[in-house]
Design a binder for this molecule. Structure first.
Ligand code: HEC
Length: 341
């Protein structure tokens, strides 16, 4: 009896259970739709947050790094040097070697009493500025430490072509002591080391006014030069008309000497410049021919592929039913057109 009623109730429960199940299904469907709503809200929030963070970080980095920096004011940077059409910097021109010779003379007679030229050996002068014999004679004017003898003593020997041009001071401290605390920099690479290169060095040498402009504050021991950063430079004006006597009888005006020594210092910083330009021309000539050749070969090789026509014939219905009778497929035709498309 109990079993029967149980069965009956089970049977009566059956449809109800089914309907419950279906209702659950509906409900679960509706529940899933609310979940979808919730998750779409979340994803909107996450998306907005990500966008806000992205925009925020772009703004932060822009204000940090993106804006133009105005640290180098004329006061700090000095007056911008005038640009001159230097002949030797043109890519189809070389150094004017007569000018280099004059520039070296200016360096030797004027600048070398304060500035070193440590990276230039006498041998670099041979063939560019002077003959072997002249360079050897110049090297022998100075004494260098020789090899140590059996007692370990080094003796002085006259200079050789492989020696480097001697510095005016024993060390930086001695150089500072002799120049009121300021260190005259080594001039070997000065043209490359200064913003403005040749223009800067030329303007610096020729830019000393007769007296500082009204209102300019010049510390004692310094000289006013608008091209030098900070305008107060420890080096006084060194070039005056007629200071050296050129052997080729070029009038030694201040600007002529400044131009010559600047070109010489450019040579000192880039002794390979002439060779490099010559090599550059060869590279461009050979590279140009090879490039033209490679364009031609590419078009030649690709012309068959580029002018090929692909034709697709869709299968007809009869052939579909009986595939063995007719073969559907792709038919390829290579058509040689008059020229590459
Ligand atoms: C009496 C010593 C003396 C002579 C001669 C001299 N200078 Fe100087 N030079 C200095 C000193 C000192 C400084 C360092 C200036 C400073 O830092 O304020 C200097 C600095 C320079 C600078 C670097 C400026 C910079 O931007 O830092 C150049 C370039 C220069 N001299 C070129 C020359 C040339 C070229 C000659 C020869 C025509 C020459 N100097 C002759 C003492 C001299």
């Amino acid at each position: 009896m109990l079993a029967r009623s149980c069965l009956r109730s089970a049977r009566s429960v059956g449809p109800a259970a089914r309907s419950v199940a279906s209702r659950t299904a509906t409900r679960s469907a509706s529940t899933s739709s609310t979940t979808a709503e919730a998750s779409s809200w979340k994803s909107t929030a996450a998306g907005s947050a990500a966008t806000a963070i992205a925009i925020g970080s772009i703004a932060w980095y822009y204000q940090l790094l993106g804006r133009e920096a105005h640290a180098m004011t004329p006061q700090e940077e000095g007056l911008h040097p005038t640009q001159y059409p230097w002949e030797h910097t043109k890519f189809y021109k070389t150094f004017d070697h007569q000018g280099l010779r004059r520039g070296f003379q200016v360096y030797r007679e004027v600048c070398s009493s304060c500035h070193s030229l440590q990276r230039i050996p006498y041998r670099a002068l041979v063939g560019t500025i002077m003959t072997v014999d002249e360079a050897k004679a110049l090297a022998e004017e100075n004494e260098y430490d020789g090899e140590p003898n059996d007692e370990g003593e080094t003796e002085k020997r006259p200079g050789k072509l492989s020696d480097y041009i001697p510095s005016p001071y024993k060390n930086d401290e001695a150089a500072r002591a002799a120049n009121n605390g300021a260190l005259p920099p080594d001039l070997s690479l000065i043209v490359k080391a200064r913003h403005g290169g040749c223009d800067y060095v030329f303007n610096l040498l020729t830019g000393y006014p007769e007296e500082p402009p009204a209102g300019a504050v010049v510390q004692s021991g310094l000289n006013f030069n608008p091209y030098f950063p900070g305008t107060g430079i420890a080096m006084a004006r060194v070039l005056y008309d007629g200071l050296v006597e050129y052997e080729d009888k070029t009038p030694a005006t201040t600007s002529q000497m400044a131009k010559d020594v600047t070109e010489f210092l450019n040579w000192a910083a880039e002794p390979e410049a002439d060779q490099r330009k010559k090599m550059g021309w060869k590279v461009m000539a050979i590279g140009g021919v090879l490039f033209a050749l490679s364009v031609w070969v590419k078009r030649y090789k690709w012309s068959t592929i580029k002018t090929r026509k692909l034709v697709y014939n869709p299968p007809v219905s009869k052939a579909d039913k009986n595939p063995s009778s007719a073969r559907p497929g792709v038919r390829m035709e290579a058509e040689q057109n008059a020229g590459p498309s």
